[in-house]
Design a binder for this molecule. Structure first.
Ligand code: HEM
Length: 441
C-alpha cells in the first residue's frame, strides 16, 4: 500500500507481517487490532494485504453499497473449492446470479412449512433417545441431529435408515478450514489431508448415488435435490452432475456447522442461566402445547426469538465476512488498494460497547426495544450483507427457534462444563467438549 492515507495497523514481522498472530488466534487478533488501531486497520497475512473494517456504517458502505467493487478472495475460493466446487457460496458473476435465482425458491414460505415437519420428526426421535438424568456432549449431539435434518431436506433420505454415518466425515472436511490446517496444501500427505480426501470421497459417493437414483426414478420427492434437478431441466441451462453435486453439497455443508454452533451456544447460555431458561421454557410450552408446530407458532415466539438473536450476537457463528477489493476504494478517509482483502468481523462489531452495554453479557432484553431501534443497522449482521447475504437465513432461524423451543419444552438443561472455549476462523466453534445435564420433563 502507498503510505498516503494508509489505515494504521500492526507492522508485524519482516516478510511474515502478522501471519503468525493471525493464524494462532484470529479472534483475539481482530479484537486487538480494533482496540489498538480503530475502525479501519491494515496488516499483512501470508503476503496478502488485509483491511479490517469494524464500524457498522463503514461495513454497510463497503459490503452493501459498494458491492460492485467486491469479489470473493482467491485464497478463500482455493480453500473451499475442493468441497464446495462451484456451488452458490463460491461462484461469482453471472453464473452466481443465475444460481441464486434458481435456488431462492428452495427457501420460499411454503417450503418452510414442509421443513418444519421434518425438523420436528427428527427432534422428537433424538430427544426420545437421550438417557434421562445423564450428561451429554451437546455439540456432537446437535451436529448429528442437524445433519440428519439437512440431509433429509436436501437429499430426501434418512442417513440412519440409509446406513450412512457422515458425521465424522463432515468434521474432517471442516477441520481443513481450521487456521492451523489452512497453511498446509491439500497435496501434502499428512494424516489430516488423507482423512479429508477419504471423507470427501464418501460424501461424493452418496451424493452421486442420489443424483443417479433421481435420474432413474424421476424427480418427485420434494427434496432440494429433486427441485434443483427439476429447475435445471426446465431452464435452458444444462446442469451437469458435477454442478448439481456442487449445489446440493453447498446446501448441506454451507449452513450445517453454523447452525449446530448456534444451537450449542444457545443451549449453553440457557443452561448457565436457570431462571432465564425457565422463562423461555414457559413461552415455548405455551406455544407448542397445541400439537404439531406450524410456521405461525414459530413466528409467535418472542423470548425464544430474542434468545436466538442474542446467541448470534454474543457467539456469531460466522465471525467474519471476507471480500477482495476489485478496485481502489476510499473508506473512512483511507485509500484501500485493488487486490487487498477486506474483512468485516461480526466478532468485533457484535461486541462493541458503543452499541451494546456490557457486550460480553448474554442479555435477551437488548432486543425488541428502543435500544435495538437506535443501533446502526450493521451493528448486527450474523448472516452477512448485500446480495450475497446468507440464502439460508430464514431456514436457519426457523430451525434454531423450533429446535430450541422443542428442547426446552421437553427437557431441563444444567451445565456440566465449566468454561466454553471458542475457536474461530471461518466459523465459530466450541474448542472444548460441552457437557450438559439433561432431565426430561
Ligand atoms: C446460523 C446459521 C447460519 C449463519 C450464521 C450463516 C451465515 C452466513 C453468512 C455470513 C454468509 C455470507 C458469506 C459471505 O458473504 O461471504 C452465508 C452465505 C451462505 N449461506 Fe449461510 N449461514 C447460516 C445457515 C445457513 C443454512 C442453514 C444454509 C443452507 C441450508 C446456508 C447456506 C448458505 C449459502 C449457500 C451461502 C452463500 C450465498 C451466496 O453467496 O449467494 N446458510 N451464510
Amino acid at each position: 500500500m502507498s503510505s498516503e492515507n494508509v489505515p494504521p495497523g500492526p507492522s508485524g514481522l519482516p516478510l511474515l507481517g502478522s501471519t503468525h498472530k493471525y493464524f494462532s488466534s484470529p479472534l483475539s487478533f481482530y479484537e486487538d487490532c480494533a482496540d489498538e488501531y480503530g475502525d479501519v486497520v491494515s496488516f499483512t497475512v501470508g503476503g496478502n494485504e488485509m483491511v479490517l473494517v469494524s464500524d457498522p456504517e463503514l461495513v454497510e458502505t463497503v459490503l452493501v453499497r459498494r458491492e460492485d467493487k467486491l469479489g470473493k478472495p482467491d485464497f478463500f475460493q482455493d480453500l473451499l473449492e475442493g468441497v464446495f466446487g462451484r456451488g452458490l457460496l463460491t461462484n461469482e458473476g453471472e453464473d452466481w446470479q443465475t444460481q441464486r435465482q434458481m435456488l431462492q425458491p428452495l427457501f420460499f414460505r411454503e417450503r418452510m412449512a414442509e421443513y418444519i415437519g421434518i425438523i420436528t420428526e427428527y427432534a422428537d426421535d433424538h430427544i426420545r433417545r437421550w438417557d434421562d438424568g445423564s450428561a451429554h456432549e451437546i455439540h456432537g449431539e446437535l451436529g448429528s441431529l442437524t445433519l440428519r435434518i439437512i440431509t433429509d431436506i436436501v437429499l430426501g433420505i434418512d442417513l440412519e435408515e440409509h446406513g450412512v454415518d457422515l458425521r465424522g466425515d463432515i468434521e474432517n472436511l471442516y477441520d481443513r478450514y481450521l487456521p492451523q490446517n489452512q497453511l498446509v496444501p491439500e497435496w501434502v500427505p499428512t494424516r489430516d489431508n488423507r482423512e479429508y480426501k477419504s471423507s470427501l470421497s464418501r460424501l461424493n459417493e452418496l451424493v452421486y448415488e442420489r443424483i443417479e437414483t433421481h435420474r432413474e426414478r424421476g424427480t418427485d420427492d420434494n427434496s432440494m435435490l429433486s427441485m434443483v434437478m427439476d429447475a435445471g431441466a426446465k431452464s435452458d441451462r444444462d446442469l451437469s452432475d458435477k454442478q448439481i453435486r456442487d449445489e446440493v453439497v453447498t446446501m448441506i455443508l454451507g449452513g450445517h456447522e453454523t447452525t449446530t454452533a448456534l444451537l450449542t451456544f444457545g443451549l449453553y447460555a440457557l443452561a448457565d442461566r436457570p431462571e432465564l431458561q425457565d422463562s423461555v421454557r414457559d413461552e415455548a410450552e405455551s406455544i407448542l402445547s397445541g400439537g404439531q408446530p406450524t410456521l405461525e407458532d414459530v413466528s409467535a415466539f418472542d423470548k425464544v426469538e430474542r434468545a436466538v438473536k442474542e446467541t448470534m450476537r454474543l457467539y456469531p457463528p460466522s465471525p467474519v465476512v471476507l471480500r477482495s477489493l476489485r478496485d481502489d476504494l476510499r473508506v473512512g478517509g483511507y485509500q484501500l488498494p485493488e487486490g487487498a482483502t477486506a474483512m468485516f468481523p461480526q466478532w468485533v462489531v457484535h461486541h462493541d460497547d458503543r452499541f451494546y452495554d456490557d457486550p460480553w453479557e448474554f442479555d435477551i432484553d437488548r432486543w425488541g426495544g428502543e435500544a435495538e431501534e437506535d443501533r446502526p443497522r450493521y451493528a448486527y449482521f450474523p448472516f452477512g450483507g448485500g446480495s450475497r447475504r446468507c440464502i439460508g437465513h430464514s431456514f436457519a432461524k426457523v430451525e434454531a427457534k423450533l429446535l430450541l423451543a422443542t428442547f426446552l419444552d421437553r427437557c431441563e438443561f444444567t451445565l456440566e462444563t465449566d468454561d466454553l472455549d471458542l475457536q474461530g476462523s471461518m466459523t465459530l466453534q466450541p474448542a472444548n467438549d460441552v457437557y450438559l445435564g439433561i432431565e426430561k420433563r
